[in-house]
Design a binder for this molecule. Structure first.
Ligand SMILES: Nc1ncnc2c1ncn2[C@@H]1O[C@H](COP(=O)(O)OP(=O)(O)OP(=O)(O)O)[C@@H](O)[C@H]1O
Ligand code: SF4
Ligand SMILES: [Mg+2]
Length: 424
């Protein structure tokens, strides 16, 4: 666990950072100073596997999350990546208290939210909000946009007294780039990207400090993904938000994240600043994931090493002993079967001034660059990258036009079904 380690050896050690070379300072995020706003320690969620109809007995457990550790600092974006089924959404649900942990701690400003109840829990939940993956199913089709965004005020009337709610919702629509006049429309009258903006407005309604975004752009058309990512970027700066950003797409995660955690089979196996993870990965799983990132430059593509992982991801109901990655790791040796590798700075990098000096759960961690420098990665187009401006296509009234939207319209007219964009 992080708390038990020598902090000056880790990426967060303030004492260590003063001794770092320029190259390493560039690689280390500026955010890991001061106390984290959120500390996650040994977090676990095990779902019981039962047998029998009348007399159910537990025969095992699905270890969906199995000892996750990370810190989130004020104002930063922590990206979490990993293959399908590795436990990303389960972590997200525990952070916003939609699932109760089986074990471990989630400390918000030092207080373990898993142990809170009643008023104290309600106050903390207000500060940690979620944006969901699927804008098509996460919005109630029978509620107007105004009711959807304003619903959290029913539980927290202190944030917006009844008389002020309509104005507050219209302000939120404007903030996320939608026309405030659409307050009485229904979700089906918006395209996918616009629906995700509604989901984001709802997430912002209670003025949270932390937004947990679970694959917020995965269900969207590629061109719309960039717009929504840029919106999140802008909102973070405007509202001093901290983000936990979960995604499959490593290019998008690099674009938006200050630090990145890589998950495999219920655990974080490597975590560090985006430069440390993308340019100096030390865990074989991270290296394999990165070797599959699309590279547009044909020369760079021809020269990079592609690491193909063999075998399937083991079932979370039957996790391998020792290192959980060993059944797919080309470097596995006897020690990997016997000893669980801790998420810590590997011994060989502890005293060396290198960007490889970050937490990695591997007995035989080695630095290996597998992707070309950031500029050569396939990421959103130049107009979209790094922009904190409103996106092209955005209307003066704040409405964003997306591919397939008719000029001046936010989707099909009243009574029409389906999404407005060319998205699925
Ligand atoms: N309620 C549940 N009961 C039993 N198993 C569950 C439950 N919810 C999730 N799981 C299992 O836990 C594991 C992790 O699921 P989770 O949804 O967190 O993964 P994920 O990383 O978000 O995947 P994806 O990228 O596909 O969204 C999966 O094997 C899943 O089948
Ligand atoms: S501990 Fe062993 S099996 Fe696990 S990632 Fe490292 S080398 Fe591979
Ligand atoms: Mg998920």
């Amino acid at each position: 666990m992080h708390a038990d380690r020598d902090e000056s050896a880790g990426t967060g050690g303030a004492a260590g950072s003063t001794l770092l070379s320029k190259a390493r300072q560039d690689a280390v995020t500026p955010y890991t100073e001061g106390d984290p706003i959120l500390q996650v320690r040994d977090l676990a969620k095990h779902y019981p596997l039962t047998q029998g109809i009348l007399f159910k007995r537990q025969i095992g457990a699905v270890r969906a999350v199995d000892g996750v550790d990370f810190d989130l600092y004020a104002g930063e974006t922590l990206g979490i990546v990993g293959e399908s089924g590795c436990g990303k959404s389960t972590v997200a649900k525990m952070l916003v208290h939609l699932e109760r942990p089986t074990a471990g701690a989630i400390r918000y400003k030092g207080e373990d939210i898993a142990k809170l109840s009643g008023r104290a829990l309600k106050a903390v939940r207000r500060n940690i909000q979620m944006v969901f993956q699927d804008p098509y199913t996460s919005l109630n089709p029978r509620m107007t946009v105004g009711d959807i965004i304003g619903e959290p005020y029913e539980i927290h009337p202190e944030v917006a007294p009844k008389g002020s709610r309509r104005q507050k919702v219209q302000d939120l629509l404007d903030v996320v780039g939608l026309n405030p006049e659409y307050i009485n429309r229904y979700p089906h009258q918006f395209s996918g990207g616009q629906r995700q903006r509604i989901g984001i407005a709802r997430g912002l309604a209670l003025n949270p400090e932390i937004i947990v975004a679970d694959e917020p752009v995965s269900a969207l058309d590629v061109s719309v993904q960039a717009q929504v990512v840029n919106l999140l970027d802008r909102l973070q700066a405007e509202f001093s938000l901290s983000f936990v950003f979960i995604a499959h797409d490593l290019s998008i995660v690099r674009h938006i994240s200050d630090r990145v955690g890589v998950m495999y089979l219920g655990r974080i196996v490597e975590i560090g600043s985006d430069a440390e993870i993308y340019d100096h990965p030390t865990h074989p799983y991270t290296q394999a994931l990165l070797s599959a990132v699309p590279v547009p430059d044909p020369t760079a593509r021809d020269h990079r090493e592609r690491i193909i992982l063999h075998g399937d991801v083991p079932s979370p109901a039957n996790i391998p002993s020792g290192c959980r990655f060993r059944t797919r790791c080309w470097k596995a040796r006897e020690r990997c079967e016997l000893e669980v590798p801790l998420l810590a700075v590997p011994a060989e990098f502890r005293l060396v001034d290198t960007p490889a000096r970050h937490d990695s759960a591997c007995h035989f961690a080695e630095e290996k660059r597998v992707v070309p420098p950031e500029g050569e990665l396939e990421v959103p187009g130049p107009a979209e990258r790094g922009s904190t401006e409103r996106e092209p296509g955005e209307q003066p009234g704040g409405t964003v036009r997306e591919p397939g939207d008719k000029p001046g319209s936010a989707g099909p007219g009243p009574g029409q079904q389906g999404s407005a964009g060319g998205e699925a």
